[in-house]
Design a protein around this ligand. Structure first.
Ligand code: F6P
Length: 404
Protein backbone atom coordinates (compact mmCIF):
# COMPACT_ATOMS: atom_id res chain seq x y z
CA UNK A 1 0.00 0.00 0.00
CA UNK A 2 1.35 3.42 -0.98
CA UNK A 3 1.62 5.88 1.91
CA UNK A 4 -0.80 8.57 0.79
CA UNK A 5 -2.09 11.18 3.23
CA UNK A 6 -3.34 13.81 0.85
CA UNK A 7 -4.69 13.58 -2.72
CA UNK A 8 -4.96 16.48 -5.19
CA UNK A 9 -8.01 16.44 -7.46
CA UNK A 10 -7.78 17.87 -10.97
CA UNK A 11 -10.36 18.09 -13.75
CA UNK A 12 -9.01 19.00 -17.17
CA UNK A 13 -9.99 19.49 -20.82
CA UNK A 14 -13.60 20.39 -21.67
CA UNK A 15 -16.16 20.31 -18.86
CA UNK A 16 -19.13 17.92 -19.08
CA UNK A 17 -21.66 15.97 -17.02
CA UNK A 18 -20.70 13.74 -14.09
CA UNK A 19 -17.50 15.51 -13.04
CA UNK A 20 -18.84 16.74 -9.73
CA UNK A 21 -19.86 13.16 -9.01
CA UNK A 22 -16.26 12.11 -9.68
CA UNK A 23 -14.99 14.76 -7.24
CA UNK A 24 -17.48 13.64 -4.59
CA UNK A 25 -16.60 10.00 -5.13
CA UNK A 26 -12.89 10.72 -4.64
CA UNK A 27 -13.41 12.97 -1.62
CA UNK A 28 -15.83 10.67 0.20
CA UNK A 29 -13.84 7.49 -0.40
CA UNK A 30 -10.63 9.22 0.66
CA UNK A 31 -12.37 10.54 3.77
CA UNK A 32 -13.65 7.08 4.63
CA UNK A 33 -10.05 5.84 4.47
CA UNK A 34 -8.68 8.68 6.59
CA UNK A 35 -7.04 10.43 3.61
CA UNK A 36 -7.46 14.13 2.84
CA UNK A 37 -8.33 15.41 -0.60
CA UNK A 38 -7.91 18.93 -1.94
CA UNK A 39 -8.93 20.77 -5.10
CA UNK A 40 -6.19 21.88 -7.48
CA UNK A 41 -8.16 24.57 -9.32
CA UNK A 42 -8.31 25.24 -13.07
CA UNK A 43 -6.87 22.02 -14.43
CA UNK A 44 -3.22 21.77 -15.39
CA UNK A 45 -2.83 25.56 -15.37
CA UNK A 46 -3.63 25.36 -11.67
CA UNK A 47 -1.17 22.52 -11.17
CA UNK A 48 1.58 24.59 -12.76
CA UNK A 49 0.68 27.59 -10.57
CA UNK A 50 0.00 25.62 -7.39
CA UNK A 51 3.24 26.76 -5.77
CA UNK A 52 2.05 30.38 -5.88
CA UNK A 53 -1.38 29.71 -4.37
CA UNK A 54 -1.86 30.89 -0.78
CA UNK A 55 -4.11 27.92 0.05
CA UNK A 56 -6.03 25.01 -1.44
CA UNK A 57 -9.63 23.99 -0.76
CA UNK A 58 -9.91 20.97 1.51
CA UNK A 59 -12.69 18.61 0.49
CA UNK A 60 -13.93 17.90 3.99
CA UNK A 61 -17.43 16.58 4.71
CA UNK A 62 -18.94 20.05 4.91
CA UNK A 63 -17.34 21.34 1.68
CA UNK A 64 -18.22 18.17 -0.23
CA UNK A 65 -21.85 18.35 0.85
CA UNK A 66 -22.03 21.73 -0.92
CA UNK A 67 -21.13 20.16 -4.27
CA UNK A 68 -24.17 19.08 -6.29
CA UNK A 69 -23.27 15.81 -8.02
CA UNK A 70 -26.06 16.17 -10.57
CA UNK A 71 -24.81 19.53 -11.85
CA UNK A 72 -22.61 19.34 -14.94
CA UNK A 73 -19.31 21.22 -15.10
CA UNK A 74 -16.71 20.92 -12.40
CA UNK A 75 -16.31 22.53 -9.02
CA UNK A 76 -12.55 22.14 -9.57
CA UNK A 77 -12.52 24.18 -12.79
CA UNK A 78 -10.90 23.42 -16.13
CA UNK A 79 -8.23 24.50 -18.59
CA UNK A 80 -6.76 23.05 -21.76
CA UNK A 81 -3.07 23.09 -20.92
CA UNK A 82 -0.52 20.48 -21.95
CA UNK A 83 2.24 20.59 -19.34
CA UNK A 84 4.99 19.53 -21.78
CA UNK A 85 4.16 22.54 -23.97
CA UNK A 86 4.54 25.12 -21.19
CA UNK A 87 7.39 27.40 -22.07
CA UNK A 88 9.35 26.94 -18.84
CA UNK A 89 12.32 24.53 -18.56
CA UNK A 90 11.65 24.11 -14.81
CA UNK A 91 7.95 23.30 -15.10
CA UNK A 92 8.11 19.79 -13.62
CA UNK A 93 10.24 20.99 -10.68
CA UNK A 94 7.80 23.84 -10.15
CA UNK A 95 4.89 21.36 -10.07
CA UNK A 96 6.73 19.15 -7.58
CA UNK A 97 7.41 22.19 -5.36
CA UNK A 98 3.71 23.08 -5.43
CA UNK A 99 2.72 19.54 -4.44
CA UNK A 100 5.31 19.60 -1.64
CA UNK A 101 4.12 22.99 -0.40
CA UNK A 102 0.62 21.59 0.20
CA UNK A 103 1.68 18.09 1.27
CA UNK A 104 -0.02 16.49 -1.76
CA UNK A 105 1.31 12.94 -2.26
CA UNK A 106 -0.59 11.96 -5.41
CA UNK A 107 -3.12 13.16 -7.97
CA UNK A 108 -6.42 11.92 -9.36
CA UNK A 109 -6.99 13.56 -12.72
CA UNK A 110 -10.21 13.38 -14.70
CA UNK A 111 -10.11 14.19 -18.39
CA UNK A 112 -10.00 12.93 -21.96
CA UNK A 113 -7.24 11.92 -24.34
CA UNK A 114 -5.12 15.07 -24.02
CA UNK A 115 -5.49 15.06 -20.26
CA UNK A 116 -4.60 11.37 -20.22
CA UNK A 117 -1.43 11.98 -22.20
CA UNK A 118 -0.37 14.39 -19.44
CA UNK A 119 -1.17 11.71 -16.83
CA UNK A 120 1.29 9.43 -18.63
CA UNK A 121 3.84 12.26 -18.76
CA UNK A 122 3.52 13.26 -15.07
CA UNK A 123 3.64 9.65 -14.04
CA UNK A 124 6.88 9.13 -15.97
CA UNK A 125 8.28 12.24 -14.25
CA UNK A 126 7.70 10.56 -10.88
CA UNK A 127 4.43 12.24 -9.87
CA UNK A 128 1.98 9.53 -8.78
CA UNK A 129 -1.33 10.00 -10.56
CA UNK A 130 -4.29 8.02 -11.82
CA UNK A 131 -6.85 8.91 -14.47
CA UNK A 132 -10.64 8.91 -14.38
CA UNK A 133 -11.97 8.87 -17.97
CA UNK A 134 -14.02 11.93 -18.86
CA UNK A 135 -15.14 13.24 -22.22
CA UNK A 136 -18.47 13.96 -23.83
CA UNK A 137 -16.89 12.79 -27.12
CA UNK A 138 -16.74 9.17 -25.85
CA UNK A 139 -13.62 8.58 -27.94
CA UNK A 140 -11.61 6.81 -25.21
CA UNK A 141 -11.38 3.01 -25.00
CA UNK A 142 -13.43 2.77 -21.78
CA UNK A 143 -16.69 4.59 -21.10
CA UNK A 144 -16.00 8.19 -20.07
CA UNK A 145 -18.12 10.19 -17.69
CA UNK A 146 -20.06 12.94 -19.50
CA UNK A 147 -20.98 10.89 -22.56
CA UNK A 148 -24.38 9.77 -21.37
CA UNK A 149 -25.35 13.27 -20.20
CA UNK A 150 -24.47 14.68 -23.62
CA UNK A 151 -26.36 11.97 -25.47
CA UNK A 152 -29.45 12.77 -23.42
CA UNK A 153 -29.12 16.49 -24.01
CA UNK A 154 -28.66 16.08 -27.77
CA UNK A 155 -31.75 13.86 -27.81
CA UNK A 156 -33.84 16.41 -25.94
CA UNK A 157 -32.71 19.29 -28.17
CA UNK A 158 -33.34 17.34 -31.37
CA UNK A 159 -36.73 16.13 -30.17
CA UNK A 160 -37.76 19.61 -29.03
CA UNK A 161 -36.75 21.16 -32.34
CA UNK A 162 -39.31 18.98 -34.10
CA UNK A 163 -42.10 21.27 -32.87
CA UNK A 164 -40.64 24.30 -34.60
CA UNK A 165 -39.66 22.22 -37.63
CA UNK A 166 -43.23 20.96 -37.93
CA UNK A 167 -44.79 24.38 -37.46
CA UNK A 168 -42.73 25.92 -40.28
CA UNK A 169 -42.25 22.82 -42.43
CA UNK A 170 -38.51 23.38 -42.10
CA UNK A 171 -35.60 21.04 -42.60
CA UNK A 172 -33.40 21.43 -39.54
CA UNK A 173 -29.71 20.59 -39.21
CA UNK A 174 -28.34 20.39 -35.66
CA UNK A 175 -24.54 20.58 -35.48
CA UNK A 176 -23.16 18.93 -32.35
CA UNK A 177 -19.78 18.68 -30.64
CA UNK A 178 -17.90 15.38 -30.66
CA UNK A 179 -14.57 16.23 -32.27
CA UNK A 180 -13.38 13.49 -34.68
CA UNK A 181 -15.90 10.79 -33.69
CA UNK A 182 -19.67 10.52 -33.95
CA UNK A 183 -20.64 8.63 -30.79
CA UNK A 184 -22.80 11.33 -29.24
CA UNK A 185 -24.31 12.50 -32.54
CA UNK A 186 -25.19 8.88 -33.32
CA UNK A 187 -26.73 7.94 -29.96
CA UNK A 188 -28.31 11.34 -29.39
CA UNK A 189 -29.80 11.32 -32.88
CA UNK A 190 -31.16 7.79 -32.56
CA UNK A 191 -32.53 8.72 -29.13
CA UNK A 192 -34.57 11.50 -30.72
CA UNK A 193 -35.58 9.38 -33.74
CA UNK A 194 -34.11 11.92 -36.14
CA UNK A 195 -34.11 11.20 -39.86
CA UNK A 196 -30.45 11.54 -40.71
CA UNK A 197 -27.20 11.38 -38.71
CA UNK A 198 -23.88 12.46 -40.19
CA UNK A 199 -20.73 11.30 -38.41
CA UNK A 200 -17.00 11.66 -39.12
CA UNK A 201 -16.63 7.90 -39.59
CA UNK A 202 -18.77 7.98 -42.76
CA UNK A 203 -17.82 10.51 -45.48
CA UNK A 204 -21.15 12.02 -46.55
CA UNK A 205 -22.64 11.61 -50.02
CA UNK A 206 -25.07 14.54 -50.19
CA UNK A 207 -26.99 13.07 -53.12
CA UNK A 208 -27.93 10.18 -50.84
CA UNK A 209 -28.97 12.57 -48.06
CA UNK A 210 -31.01 14.61 -50.52
CA UNK A 211 -32.83 11.57 -51.88
CA UNK A 212 -33.66 10.37 -48.36
CA UNK A 213 -34.77 13.83 -47.36
CA UNK A 214 -37.05 14.22 -50.38
CA UNK A 215 -38.68 10.86 -49.89
CA UNK A 216 -39.20 11.33 -46.14
CA UNK A 217 -40.01 15.02 -45.88
CA UNK A 218 -42.15 15.34 -49.02
CA UNK A 219 -44.02 12.18 -48.09
CA UNK A 220 -44.70 13.42 -44.58
CA UNK A 221 -46.16 16.72 -45.74
CA UNK A 222 -48.22 15.12 -48.49
CA UNK A 223 -49.69 12.57 -46.10
CA UNK A 224 -50.41 15.09 -43.34
CA UNK A 225 -54.02 16.31 -43.12
CA UNK A 226 -52.69 19.78 -42.17
CA UNK A 227 -49.80 19.56 -44.64
CA UNK A 228 -47.13 19.67 -41.92
CA UNK A 229 -43.78 17.92 -41.88
CA UNK A 230 -40.15 18.34 -40.93
CA UNK A 231 -36.85 16.53 -41.50
CA UNK A 232 -34.22 16.53 -38.77
CA UNK A 233 -30.51 15.98 -39.33
CA UNK A 234 -27.92 15.66 -36.56
CA UNK A 235 -24.48 16.50 -37.95
CA UNK A 236 -21.35 15.82 -35.91
CA UNK A 237 -18.98 18.77 -36.04
CA UNK A 238 -16.17 16.56 -37.37
CA UNK A 239 -18.11 15.09 -40.33
CA UNK A 240 -16.50 14.96 -43.76
CA UNK A 241 -17.89 15.20 -47.30
CA UNK A 242 -17.30 12.20 -49.57
CA UNK A 243 -16.28 14.73 -52.25
CA UNK A 244 -13.27 15.59 -50.11
CA UNK A 245 -14.34 19.25 -49.98
CA UNK A 246 -13.27 21.24 -46.90
CA UNK A 247 -16.15 21.79 -44.52
CA UNK A 248 -14.68 23.90 -41.81
CA UNK A 249 -14.27 27.51 -41.05
CA UNK A 250 -10.47 27.75 -41.09
CA UNK A 251 -10.64 31.07 -39.26
CA UNK A 252 -11.89 29.28 -36.10
CA UNK A 253 -8.24 28.70 -35.08
CA UNK A 254 -6.80 26.13 -32.65
CA UNK A 255 -7.35 25.49 -28.94
CA UNK A 256 -4.65 25.46 -26.24
CA UNK A 257 -3.95 21.75 -26.88
CA UNK A 258 -3.28 22.66 -30.53
CA UNK A 259 -6.49 21.09 -31.94
CA UNK A 260 -8.26 22.75 -34.82
CA UNK A 261 -11.57 24.22 -33.53
CA UNK A 262 -14.27 22.57 -35.61
CA UNK A 263 -17.00 24.83 -36.94
CA UNK A 264 -19.19 24.99 -40.00
CA UNK A 265 -20.52 21.43 -40.50
CA UNK A 266 -24.17 22.51 -40.03
CA UNK A 267 -23.80 25.40 -42.44
CA UNK A 268 -22.17 23.15 -45.03
CA UNK A 269 -25.01 20.61 -44.81
CA UNK A 270 -27.58 23.38 -45.17
CA UNK A 271 -25.82 24.77 -48.25
CA UNK A 272 -25.62 21.33 -49.87
CA UNK A 273 -29.34 20.73 -49.40
CA UNK A 274 -30.33 24.24 -50.51
CA UNK A 275 -28.29 23.86 -53.67
CA UNK A 276 -30.09 20.65 -54.56
CA UNK A 277 -33.55 21.95 -53.62
CA UNK A 278 -33.13 24.99 -55.88
CA UNK A 279 -31.95 22.89 -58.83
CA UNK A 280 -34.73 20.29 -58.57
CA UNK A 281 -37.84 21.00 -60.75
CA UNK A 282 -39.91 18.53 -58.70
CA UNK A 283 -39.58 20.81 -55.68
CA UNK A 284 -41.55 23.57 -57.33
CA UNK A 285 -44.36 21.13 -58.16
CA UNK A 286 -44.33 19.81 -54.61
CA UNK A 287 -44.53 23.32 -53.11
CA UNK A 288 -47.62 24.06 -55.21
CA UNK A 289 -49.24 20.71 -54.50
CA UNK A 290 -49.04 21.09 -50.72
CA UNK A 291 -49.89 24.81 -50.68
CA UNK A 292 -46.51 26.05 -49.45
CA UNK A 293 -45.70 28.07 -52.54
CA UNK A 294 -45.70 31.91 -52.35
CA UNK A 295 -44.34 33.47 -55.58
CA UNK A 296 -41.20 35.52 -55.06
CA UNK A 297 -41.13 34.67 -51.33
CA UNK A 298 -41.29 30.99 -50.64
CA UNK A 299 -40.34 28.81 -53.57
CA UNK A 300 -38.27 26.05 -51.93
CA UNK A 301 -38.51 24.64 -48.38
CA UNK A 302 -36.35 26.37 -45.80
CA UNK A 303 -33.29 24.66 -44.39
CA UNK A 304 -31.94 26.02 -41.10
CA UNK A 305 -28.97 25.06 -39.01
CA UNK A 306 -28.96 25.15 -35.22
CA UNK A 307 -25.74 24.92 -33.21
CA UNK A 308 -26.28 24.16 -29.52
CA UNK A 309 -22.50 24.29 -28.94
CA UNK A 310 -21.54 24.03 -25.29
CA UNK A 311 -25.16 23.45 -24.26
CA UNK A 312 -24.71 19.75 -25.08
CA UNK A 313 -22.28 19.37 -22.20
CA UNK A 314 -23.67 21.83 -19.65
CA UNK A 315 -26.63 21.97 -17.26
CA UNK A 316 -27.59 18.71 -15.60
CA UNK A 317 -25.75 15.38 -15.51
CA UNK A 318 -27.63 12.19 -16.31
CA UNK A 319 -28.27 9.76 -13.47
CA UNK A 320 -26.01 7.26 -15.25
CA UNK A 321 -23.11 9.72 -15.16
CA UNK A 322 -23.71 10.55 -11.50
CA UNK A 323 -23.54 6.84 -10.67
CA UNK A 324 -20.56 6.12 -12.91
CA UNK A 325 -18.75 9.27 -11.74
CA UNK A 326 -19.07 8.47 -8.04
CA UNK A 327 -17.96 4.88 -8.56
CA UNK A 328 -15.03 5.80 -10.80
CA UNK A 329 -13.88 8.56 -8.45
CA UNK A 330 -14.07 6.28 -5.43
CA UNK A 331 -12.10 3.42 -6.97
CA UNK A 332 -9.46 5.81 -8.34
CA UNK A 333 -8.43 6.21 -4.68
CA UNK A 334 -7.88 2.42 -4.48
CA UNK A 335 -5.74 2.51 -7.65
CA UNK A 336 -3.54 5.19 -6.11
CA UNK A 337 -3.18 3.22 -2.89
CA UNK A 338 -2.24 0.14 -4.90
CA UNK A 339 0.48 2.13 -6.68
CA UNK A 340 -1.21 2.00 -10.10
CA UNK A 341 0.16 5.32 -11.26
CA UNK A 342 -0.30 6.01 -14.98
CA UNK A 343 -3.47 3.90 -15.09
CA UNK A 344 -7.09 4.64 -15.93
CA UNK A 345 -10.22 3.45 -14.16
CA UNK A 346 -12.32 1.39 -16.56
CA UNK A 347 -15.31 0.14 -14.62
CA UNK A 348 -16.57 -1.40 -11.41
CA UNK A 349 -18.58 -4.60 -11.53
CA UNK A 350 -19.49 -5.84 -8.06
CA UNK A 351 -16.20 -6.22 -6.18
CA UNK A 352 -14.13 -6.12 -9.36
CA UNK A 353 -12.37 -2.89 -10.24
CA UNK A 354 -11.21 -2.82 -13.86
CA UNK A 355 -8.36 -0.56 -14.94
CA UNK A 356 -5.91 -0.24 -17.82
CA UNK A 357 -2.73 1.69 -18.71
CA UNK A 358 -3.66 5.28 -19.50
CA UNK A 359 -1.53 5.14 -22.66
CA UNK A 360 -3.95 2.42 -23.93
CA UNK A 361 -7.12 4.04 -22.60
CA UNK A 362 -6.57 7.23 -24.61
CA UNK A 363 -6.30 5.51 -28.00
CA UNK A 364 -9.14 6.84 -30.14
CA UNK A 365 -12.27 4.69 -30.36
CA UNK A 366 -14.55 5.28 -33.33
CA UNK A 367 -18.18 4.40 -33.95
CA UNK A 368 -18.65 0.75 -34.90
CA UNK A 369 -19.96 0.85 -38.47
CA UNK A 370 -21.48 -2.62 -38.16
CA UNK A 371 -23.95 -1.15 -35.70
CA UNK A 372 -24.67 1.76 -38.03
CA UNK A 373 -25.83 -0.78 -40.62
CA UNK A 374 -28.41 -2.02 -38.10
CA UNK A 375 -29.89 1.47 -37.77
CA UNK A 376 -29.78 1.89 -41.54
CA UNK A 377 -31.98 -1.18 -41.79
CA UNK A 378 -34.43 0.68 -39.52
CA UNK A 379 -34.59 3.60 -41.94
CA UNK A 380 -32.15 6.22 -40.61
CA UNK A 381 -29.90 7.85 -43.21
CA UNK A 382 -26.18 8.04 -42.42
CA UNK A 383 -25.10 9.81 -45.59
CA UNK A 384 -24.23 6.69 -47.59
CA UNK A 385 -26.18 3.98 -49.41
CA UNK A 386 -27.58 1.74 -46.63
CA UNK A 387 -25.45 -1.31 -46.00
CA UNK A 388 -26.66 -4.73 -45.02
CA UNK A 389 -26.45 -5.59 -41.35
CA UNK A 390 -24.66 -8.90 -40.87
CA UNK A 391 -25.37 -10.40 -37.48
CA UNK A 392 -23.58 -13.17 -35.65
CA UNK A 393 -25.39 -14.85 -32.78
CA UNK A 394 -23.14 -15.36 -29.78
CA UNK A 395 -24.38 -17.11 -26.68
CA UNK A 396 -22.69 -15.88 -23.53
CA UNK A 397 -22.97 -15.94 -19.78
CA UNK A 398 -20.70 -12.93 -19.38
CA UNK A 399 -22.29 -9.92 -21.04
CA UNK A 400 -19.92 -7.19 -22.14
CA UNK A 401 -20.45 -4.28 -19.80
CA UNK A 402 -19.61 -1.39 -22.02
CA UNK A 403 -22.09 1.47 -21.99
CA UNK A 404 -21.87 2.44 -25.65
O1 F6P B 1 -13.66 17.46 -26.38
C1 F6P B 1 -14.86 17.95 -25.90
C2 F6P B 1 -15.40 19.07 -26.76
O2 F6P B 1 -16.68 19.43 -26.29
C3 F6P B 1 -15.44 18.76 -28.26
O3 F6P B 1 -16.53 17.97 -28.60
C4 F6P B 1 -15.44 20.13 -28.85
O4 F6P B 1 -14.92 20.16 -30.16
C5 F6P B 1 -14.54 20.88 -27.91
O5 F6P B 1 -14.57 20.20 -26.69
C6 F6P B 1 -14.90 22.33 -27.70
O6 F6P B 1 -13.92 22.85 -26.88
P1 F6P B 1 -13.95 24.24 -26.14
O7 F6P B 1 -14.83 24.11 -24.95
O8 F6P B 1 -12.53 24.46 -25.74
O9 F6P B 1 -14.50 25.23 -27.10
Amino acid sequence: MADIKRIGVITSGGDCGGLNAVIKGIAREAYALGIESVVIPNGYAGLYNLVDLPEVVLLNAERVSRIEASLAGSEAGHSRVKISKIDDPNKYERIKEGLKKFGIDALIISGGDDTGSVVVDLSEKGIPCVHVPKTMDLDLQPYSVGGDSTINRISVFARDLKTTGLSHNRILVIEVFGRYVGHTAFRGGVGAEVDCILIPEIPVDFDVVYEHMKLTYFGRIERSDVKAGTYIIVAAEGMKAASGEMLYDESAGVDAFGHKKLAGAGRYVRQQLEKRLKADPEVFEFMKRVGMYAPGIYVVPEVREVTPGHLVRSGQSSAFDVVFGQRAGAVAVFLLLEGKTGHTVVNVVGDKVYYMPTAEAIKRREVDLEEIALFESLGTCFGRRPQKYHYKLIETLEPKRRHV
